[in-house]
Design a protein around this ligand. Structure first.
Ligand SMILES: Cc1cc2nc3c(=O)[nH]c(=O)nc-3n(C[C@H](O)[C@H](O)[C@H](O)COP(=O)(O)OP(=O)(O)OC[C@H]3O[C@@H](n4cnc5c(N)ncnc54)[C@H](O)[C@@H]3O)c2cc1C
Length: 542
């Protein structure tokens, strides 16, 4: 059943067994897992089936960050059925018109306490999630997809890192966004005992004695109604999960960590590799985004698990993209920064970048020519290994890193209010000096190990002052804001995703990650965690 609150009146919705807030991947997977279990499941979704500017404006908030843009909270999220998957960007070489996203499986070390910040790690290891990753594959169209590099590389298609190397290879699969944002209306209509309610913004979840009793829902015209339920599951994404909990009537002691420990996966240029052999660009197709049979797959370089643990590093991966000669020169890099500074409306950044490019006019002309020619490859587009014009000169190398969980990086409530008069989110995010230092050390390791493997000449792009220029200014993977912990002292939810100190309020999504899970994009893990939560709720509700 699908109900649109914009077209109904009344002050109450029929009570539910389970009220799920949010119809992004997390909310959708939970609803479909609980469908047909003889329980009434209601999914309250703030947005619509299609783009709706008014709903999307509810995501705006204040940003105070060392690299995210002032519009970061608008850029990295979407209020619409399908949630943020509506922004997925990966295409493909043999394009089938579907947008895709990277699916990576985290490593055991990503769940462990590596002492990065003293905040603790997951209450369970990766093996506890393995059966759920297996079930998640079916939902994401990844049945039988191997994450073992050997299954995808051929002779000469990767650099040779021997067993003593601090580098290794990893494999990334790509899932299609239309699983969550395609024909969702029909999918929902097919779910027994599930009602999807559109235009239903949840303003708070309130207590009824010692339990959470009702969700307060706002219609587009501002009128309010309520939904009572036995169990509430907040699945509104990594920022809104914290915001909604802060707006809700939580028991004393449950809210002290809400919003803290915000993490993202910054992506930044780390170097340029001039390969030893000119044939590298055709040969090294392991690193390209490409179709192999019916799988869209790409390979990356990563720090080995051993290097991460013994050297106390952040878990990071390195992505290679073939580019024309002239890419990655000083002027080229400055011009890239110029576009970022313009996007962020950073006037001093614009002046600095333009000035620096002006002193190297030849390089600047080459960089502009490359750009105008439109043949800069991107990781999203892939296909360079099958481009027969063979005009590449270098590999762009960019890095994806986790951060150490840090309490001062956080989502809180702003004094500003949204269109419904509800306090907006305020985001505070800073690099930690220790993390920047870990990234610099990882850069040195990358350089030394590439040289040892005979990969070619590597130029670091990390500034002398250690400056790192990130690619994206939106917050793409907001994690950690309702982190999982054994005790309430270190987090917000327990190992079952139940908010500490409550009996019937659950949270799911990236906000429950107590660590950034290394370089892994989060949705595969979100889906696995949601399936695990569904198993728990099925038992609880019998
Ligand atoms: C550009 C971009 C690219 C990405 N690429 C990848 C990738 O390659 N691989 C990957 O794994 N991940 C990727 N991600 C991240 C991925 O999209 C998220 O991890 C995923 O969407 C999280 O799912 P979710 O359901 O928890 O939250 P969301 O997708 O954010 O969904 C939350 C839902 O809750 C609704 N909602 C919010 N507030 C309320 C409220 N108060 N009341 C009712 N409903 C509400 C929203 O409308 C939305 O439908 C990318 C993100 C971006 C921005």
């Amino acid at each position: 059943v699908i109900t649109d609150l914009a077209a109904t009146s009344g002050s109450e919705l029929a009570p539910a067994d389970v009220c799920i807030v949010g119809a992004g991947p997390a909310g959708q997977v939970l609803a479909s897992e609980l469908a047909g279990t003889n329980k009434r499941v209601v999914v309250l979704e703030s947005g619509n089936l299609s783009f709706d500017a008014k709903a999307i404006a509810l995501n705006d908030g204040e940003v105070d960050s060392s690299h995210h843009s002032p519009r970061a909270l608008m850029k990295g999220r979407r209020r619409q059925v399908g949630g943020t998957t509506n922004l997925w960007v990966y295409g493909s070489t043999g394009d089938d018109g579907r947008h895709r996203a990277r699916m990576l499986i985290p490593r055991e070390i990503d769940f462990e306490d590596r002492g990065l910040s003293g905040a603790g790690a997951w209450p369970f290891g990766r093996s506890a999630l393995d059966p759920y990753y297996e079930r998640a594959r079916a939902l994401l169209g990844l049945e039988g997809a191997s994450f073992e590099p050997d299954a995808w590389r051929t002779n000469g298609s990767t650099f040779d890192f021997d067993d003593s190397s601090m580098l290794t290879h990893i494999v990334c699969h790509h899932a299609a966004s239309d699983v969550f944002s395609g024909n969702v209306a029909d999918q929902f209509r097919g779910l027994r005992e599930v009602e999807l309610v559109l235009n239903a913004t949840v303003a708070s979840i309130n207590r009824d004695n010692d339990r959470m009793g009702e969700a307060v829902v706002v219609r587009p015209d501002g009128t309010r109604l309520s939904l009572k339920a036995r169990v509430f599951v907040v699945a509104t994404g990594g920022v809104e999960n914290a915001r909604l909990l802060l707006l809700s009537d939580l028991p004393n002691g449950s809210r002290s960590n809400v919003g803290h420990y915000l993490m993202d996966h910054p992506e930044f240029d780390i170097g340029v590799l001039h390969p030893a052999s000119r044939t590298a660009f055709e040969q090294m197709n392991f690193y390209d985004l490409r179709w192999t049979g019916d799988r869209l797959v790409s390979g990356q370089i990563a720090l080995s698990s051993d290097a991460v643990t013994t050297q106390g590093l952040l878990d990071m991966c390195f992505v290679l993209v073939a580019q024309r000669k002239g890419y990655g020169t000083k002027a080229g890099v400055e011009l890239k920064k110029l576009s970022a500074a313009k996007r962020a409306r950073n006037l001093s950044g614009v002046t600095r970048a333009a000035g620096a490019a002006a002193v190297r006019p030849r390089e600047a002309v080459a960089a502009i020519r490359n750009r105008l020619a439109g043949d800069e490859y991107s990781e999203f587009r892939g296909g360079w290994s099958v481009d027969s014009s063979r005009r590449f000169g270098v590999f762009e190398v960019f890095a994806v890193a986790e951060q150490s969980p840090t309490s001062s990086n956080r989502i809180s409530l702003s004094d500003r209010r949204d269109g419904f008069g509800i306090p907006r989110a305020h985001m505070h995010w800073r690099w930690q000096e220790e993390d920047l230092e870990r990234i610099r050390r990882a850069g040195h390791i990358l350089e030394a190990e590439l040289q040892r493997a005979g990969a070619g000449r590597y130029e670091s792009l990390i500034g002398r002052d250690g400056a790192i220029d990130v690619h994206w200014q939106g917050i793409h993977h907001p994690m950690g804001t309702t982190r999982m912990s054994i005790s309430p002292e270190h987090g917000v939810v327990d190992a079952n995703c139940l908010v500490h100190g409550t009996t019937n309020l659950y949270v799911t999504g990236t906000s429950v990650f107590p660590t950034g899970l290394g370089y892994s994009n989060p949705t595969f893990t979100v889906v696995a965690l949601v399936i695990r939560l569904a198993d728990h709720l099925r038992t609880k509700l019998t």
